[in-house]
Design a protein around this ligand. Structure first.
Ligand code: SAM
Length: 321
């Protein structure tokens, strides 16, 4: 099933029938069947590796297309067959399940790649959320891409993005940093690397380490707003928002909460020089540079908007004349 076309994804390929790579007969079969579109109902799934996101708690969050892919695949690789079986049973899906997890991935990968090479339709899921996101699958995807085998995704829930949008913190630029190191020295070193990043930070954390991690985050990153998102999409969903130090103190006092947790931390905000200082430096720059260049120089040095500095520089030049 190796392709010659370079970057074609599984979704762009036509149906291969019953697992062997056959030439399409008749017109092309839609490879991304839209389950809401009666015209494509029953269309066979394209051969290739299908990365399928599953719910992070509420089984109702699975997408129609995820169900169609899981139903149409020749087999589903999952971390724990008991967990994925619950989802399949709920939706009456009988596709065979096999495991692909941290402990057998090296051994399983060659067989999965051989299956893909024969034109099989293979789905990969994790216990919850989006595979590869702090879950197995990256090496498999990398190997499939290297062998020019088709890879596509049925996207869906992920705890990181769900926590971000509920946090009340700036969503425009964010860094998902996965799990922090368990050991304190390594954790503080990791945090120091993100300290000057002007981005909202997202961490996964286990309840027993929550208070210690929040304390380290607060001490290394300094005073910032943050949120602890717990049990997202589940019955006891909770988002606790506040200054990092207060959240750390809260969980030190209450002890580890129950359930699954995401920590979201507001971005580093560089201290801006005060207006007088900016004017003084702008004035000095105008002794040597034109208005535009002085504004560009100060924007680079202070992080202030160039347009605002340009406007102030114009006023200053007019006053100087
Ligand atoms: N692949 C998953 C995803 O896309 O979100 C993440 C898997 S990672 C092994 C599991 C971690 O995700 C948990 O320890 C927790 O930090 C976070 N998580 C997963 N489900 C969650 C939920 N419902 N509420 C809060 N955090 C959750």
């Amino acid at each position: 099933m190796r392709r010659t076309g370079g970057n074609t994804s599984a979704a762009q390929m036509t149906s291969g029938g019953s697992g062997k790579c056959r030439k399409p007969s008749g017109g092309p079969i839609p490879s991304k069947p839209d389950p809401t579109d009666p015209a494509s109902a029953g269309a066979a799934l394209a051969p290739g590796l299908h990365l399928v996101a599953t719910p992070i708690g509420n089984l109702g969050d699975v997408s129609l297309r995820a169900l169609a892919v899981l139903r149409g695949a020749d087999r589903i690789y999952c971390e724990d067959t008991r967990i994925t079986a619950r989802l399949l049973t709920r939706y009456g899906i009988k596709t065979p399940l096999e495991t692909y997890h941290d402990h057998n991935a090296e051994a399983m990968r060659p067989a999965i790649l051989e299956g893909l090479d024969r034109g099989e339709r293979v789905a990969l899921v994790s216990d919850a959320g989006t595979p590869l996101v702090s879950d197995p699958g990256y090496k498999l995807v990398r190997a499939a891409i290297a062998e020019d085998l088709p890879v596509t995704a049925a996207p869906g829930p992920s705890a990181a993005v769900t926590a971000l949008i509920l946090s009340g913190l700036p969503p425009d630029t964010f860094l998902f940093a996965g799990f922090l190191p368990k050991q304190q020295t390594a954790r503080r070193l990791a945090l120091a690397r993100w300290a000057a990043l002007e981005a909202t930070l997202i961490f996964y954390e286990a309840p027993p380490r929550l208070a210690a991690s929040l304390t380290d985050i607060s001490e290394v990153l300094g005073p910032r707003q943050a949120a602890v998102a717990r049990e997202l999409t589940k019955l006891h969903e909770e988002v606790r928002r506040g200054p990092l130090a207060d959240l750390a103190a809260h969980y030190r006092q209450t002890g580890p909460p129950r359930g699954e947790i995401v920590i979201v931390v507001g971005p580093f905000e560089p201290a801006l020089p005060d207006a007088e200082e900016v004017d003084r430096r702008l004035c000095a720059a105008l002794d040597e540079l034109g208005v535009r260049d002085a504004a560009v120089k100060l924007a680079a040095e202070t992080g202030l908007p160039r347009s605002e500095l340009y406007r102030r520089a114009l006023l200053m030049r007019d006053q100087k004349q």
